[in-house]
Design a protein around this ligand. Sequence first.
Ligand SMILES: NC(=O)c1ccc[n+]([C@@H]2O[C@H](COP(=O)([O-])OP(=O)(O)OC[C@H]3O[C@@H](n4cnc5c(N)ncnc54)[C@H](O)[C@@H]3O)[C@@H](O)[C@H]2O)c1
Length: 390
Amino acid sequence: MKTGLIGTGRISDIYLQNCARLPGVEIVACASLDLAESQAKAAQYGISRVCSPQEILADPDIECVLNLTIPAAHADIALAAVRSGKHIYSEKPFVTDQAAGQQILREAEENGVLVGNAPDTFLGGRWQTVRRLLDDGVIGKPTGVGAFVGTHGTERHNPNPDFYYQPGGGPLLDLGPYYLTAMVFCLGPIRRVAGMARRTFDRRLIENGPRNGEWMPVQVDTHSLSLLEFDSGIIGSMMVSFDVWDSETPRFEIYGEEGTICIADPDPVDGANIFGGEVLYRTRETARWTHKPRPTGREEWQRADNHHGFNGDWRGLGLQDLAMAAKQGRPPRASGEMGLHIFEVMDAIERAPHTGQYQDIDSRCTRPDRLPDNFEQELITAGLKGKDGD
Ligand SMILES: NC(=O)c1ccc[n+]([C@@H]2O[C@H](COP(=O)([O-])OP(=O)(O)OC[C@H]3O[C@@H](n4cnc5c(N)ncnc54)[C@H](O)[C@@H]3O)[C@@H](O)[C@H]2O)c1
């Protein structure tokens, strides 16, 4: 699928590395607001053409736009792409405004193009393993879920972290999509939410790069707590924060009638690079609760076998799936429909503290199918260059 990249900033490197390895996605042109930046990326990754975003959108040979711009620009570029008859795959969050997201999906359907959206971490080995445990009934019927992610923001590693503290940013819109998408992939859509939030600092200090020592204003809440109720009746909670220096809490857990699945340390520090990693579980038989004397260590958890591959940073796998979906005439797994649902959930969590009331969620999305167990082999046959760690 001939793809034009718009947005050649920090996250574009991993996409460009992975697109060169994944079969079926060919980056044929790149553009951004910064010509020199795009030229440097094109030279580094062998992209033959550097041009303006408008030229990408106007080129009839380009079938898909990969939108790696900042959140505030996602919707305009996605809409322009679908209006040009191109598939679109955007970074998260899908949009920063619900109506714009609805319009993108509506016009995409009218124009017969697909809308995909990051995060695609749920296509990695770790989350596919979690889903397999659930599908196999290892913990029985799911009843609850919890996700806790504490970081101290982006100003120590990102040289231009401003957008994380402006509308469209904040820990909820930045980190929330990873955990909410994993929840929806595992447990289905969410029907109502409640929330509390605070903004601990009104300004924050950039502590790296050329702007080291510069203060920037904070326009969004930076510590968010939420309660979630799923269509299935499962209830959950989530904490996402840019105000936490350190913690032992980071966990993603799913509780079931017969056991617990635990993802320890979802690794937010590396930008929530959580395609892979161990999946632990305990059941009625192995729960510490039922043993006397109680075992104490983590070694008592059972480790699930991970057969799926794609445990490194495989950002772009969702775009690969979209390219396959376009050929197979099916919706992409990392879909705009799910991106819009997740955005509405986050928007409602943000609204909730100001109303003091539960917020109903109107949108719904299809729970994506698990990848086939032999997916990695399928891609190798199709021309995947290099596996994890190669
Ligand atoms: N950096 C990360 O660790 C990371 C991780 C996961 C996801 N993301 C997401 O990826 C996206 C990009 O993040 P980043 O860190 O690469 O940002 P960045 O600021 O480094 O790069 C943004 C790029 O978009 C371009 N751009 C901005 N507005 C544009 C417009 N209107 N038209 C055309 N180009 C435009 C800029 O010129 C730049 O090339 C964001 O949505 C972010 O949430 C980032």
